[in-house]
Design a binder for this molecule. Structure first.
Ligand SMILES: Cc1cc2nc3c(=O)[nH]c(=O)nc-3n(C[C@H](O)[C@H](O)[C@H](O)COP(=O)(O)OP(=O)(O)OC[C@H]3O[C@@H](n4cnc5c(N)ncnc54)[C@H](O)[C@@H]3O)c2cc1C
Length: 495
């Protein structure tokens, strides 16, 4: 199939916007420069690109019509949920369109007997739990951004959260999707039942970072609330002792719902921001949540406390009621935003390591922090070995952002050398595509690209993300799949 050459008439933007208006009406298209500013970046604020327009479709049919228009006009498009992504996945493309799913925000069906909820992609994560809570159910994946991030964004990033250690991440809770493919075709993968025959296309779409199409409907699995929940806070002199407690707990055969560590810098920032009652003089705190039948939780509690004591815990506190439990978690979930209290800017890294390498890798991060002269606060999903070093910098000082990025890159290399990965849950996006070769060979990347090209042979759907650039085209037999020119030229202006 041939695509139009990228030569344009002088008024092509206006003419393109007019065609969008015909599809979506005047309240469905944003094109004024003032309003576009809000869409220039996501949570990775160091990079910004102004799109031609932002569209706000209300149905899969409208998404499909917009995408067909983009295909006819050869315009790249970027799906966007709430824009809380931290890897630049929703960063617009130069001379491209942003398709915001924020108006597709209805919970379509709640099926309690079958434990299923069907939602549009713009539904906020926490709304799902709120909708089923009175029936005794909840939606397990709980990113710390769950008050604002969307289910569509969660699906694209395969998001995790503090309670994903025991129950799994987004992919374990998504059963079906409706997707508008990059050529505008609307397809369904999976459904309400388990284990559909054929290739696991559902698994392919979850975590594909908006490169394979736009999700317009999601069938989720909900879980029954546990009979009992106990949250324990343990404070330690050293981060290493908190880390050894994590291994100690799993070695006793206990899988808590969540195990989260924060170091002293993070604790102090959080206390200043939300007064969660954390001990500010502790070197680290470990939050452990046990849940399940009352008898099981009661049996596990003393074992966990014993492990804390073996690892020199200075203080152990069990949340006395739901309010204190919520406060413990509020502190943890506010940790990123709390950095604003102690630094003008911060950069969130997201690496994974084997749990047993925790002390070794944290030691390396301390050394790197000293080498670059930048403070690093550490917050991590300790049970999963998913580190979130928060690199503190001041963008008003020339060169500090670059230094922070370099330090972040070195941390990733340490994670990979320790047998880990360059991302645990925030995705590769724009930010980390340059680090993909740390984990994959050129052949690996070309093979992944073939899958992408099978869905998006023009390279119009969220180009310039995930795969290191420049990239040209991939050839399979007689077929040659084109990469959008943006893949060769790169995108994104440093802000
Ligand atoms: C304070 C804070 C805390 C966070 N904590 C966590 C955490 O604990 N765990 C975690 O995993 N993440 C966390 N994140 C990262 C982020 O919130 C998640 O990645 C979230 O899933 C993004 O959702 P969103 O709606 O904001 O998506 P966006 O940022 O808008 O988009 C993210 C990606 O999804 C694509 N996309 C969005 N909607 C669709 C769709 N309908 N179809 C196809 N592609 C789509 C976009 O193109 C982009 O590539 C945190 C972020 C912040 C700012």
């Amino acid at each position: 199939m041939s695509s139009k050459p990228l030569t344009r008439t002088s008024n092509w933007k206006k003419s393109f916007a007019d065609k969008l208006l015909q599809i979506l009406g005047s309240d469905g298209v944003i094109s004024s420069p003032d309003e576009l500013i809000a869409y220039e970046c996501d949570g990775l604020t160091g990079y910004r690109v102004t799109p031609i327009c932002v569209v706000l479709p209300k149905s899969a049919k409208e998404v499909s019509e917009v995408i067909k228009l983009c295909n006819n006009e050869n315009i790249p498009f970027v799906p966007r949920g709430a824009g809380t992504g931290l890897s630049g996945g929703a960063l617009p493309v130069e001379e491209g369109l942003v398709i915001s799913l924020s108006r597709m925000n209805q919970i379509l069906e709640i099926d309690i007997p079958n434990q299923r909820v069907v939602v549009e992609p713009g539904v906020i994560n926490l709304w799902v739990t709120n909708a089923v809570s009175s029936s005794g159910y909840y939606y397990a994946p709980d990113p710390s951004s769950q008050l604002v991030c969307t289910i569509g964004g969660n699906v694209a990033e395969n998001s995790g959260g503090v309670h994903c250690l025991k129950y799994g991440v987004t992919t374990n809770h998504v059963l079906g999707l409706e997707v508008v493919l990059p050529d505008g075709e609307i397809v369904e993968v999976g459904g309400k039942t388990l284990d559909h025959p054929g290739y696991d296309l559902l698994g392919l779409f979850v975590g594909s970072e908006g490169l394979l199409g736009i999700v317009t409907k999601v069938t989720l699995r909900i879980l029954r609330k546990p009979e009992s929940i106990k949250t324990i806070l343990a404070a330690f002199e050293k981060v290493e002792d908190a880390g050894s407690s994590v291994s100690g707990i799993t070695a006793r055969g206990i899988i808590p719902a969540g195990m989260e560590i924060m170091d002293n810098l993070a604790i102090r920032a959080v206390e200043e921001a939300v007064q969660a009652g954390y001990p500010v003089d502790a070197g680290a705190i470990l939050l452990v949540e046990l849940d399940g039948p009352i008898a099981e939780v009661e049996a596990q509690m003393p074992v966990v406390i014993e492990v804390f004591k073996e690892n020199r815990a200075k203080e152990v506190r069990v949340a006395k009621d739901d309010d204190e439990r919520a406060l413990f978690w509020k502190g943890r979930k506010s940790a990123f935003a709390a950095m604003g209290r102690i630094s003008p800017d911060y950069y969130v890294q997201d690496g994974v390591i084997p749990r047993t390498k925790l002390s070794e890798v944290l030691g390396e991060i301390v050394k790197l922090s000293a080498k670059y002269g930048l403070r690093v606060a550490n917050v991590f999903h300790a049970g999963d070995g998913n580190l979130h070093p928060l690199i503190l910098y001041d963008s008003s000082k020339p060169g500090e952002l670059e230094k922070a990025e370099e330090l972040a890159g070195e941390i990733l290399k340490v994670c990979v050398d320790a047998g880990g990965s360059i991302t645990g849950e925030h995705g590769v996006g724009y930010d980390k595509k340059q680090f993909m070769p740390l984990m994959f060979t050129e052949e690996d990347l070309d093979t992944m690209n073939l899958i992408r090209c099978a869905f998006d042979y023009k390279g119009l759907c969220n180009p310039g993300k995930v795969f290191p650039t420049p990239r040209t085209c991939v050839e399979v037999g007689s077929k040659s799949y084109k990469m959008h020119p943006i893949e060769k030229e790169g995108l994104g202006e440093r802000f």
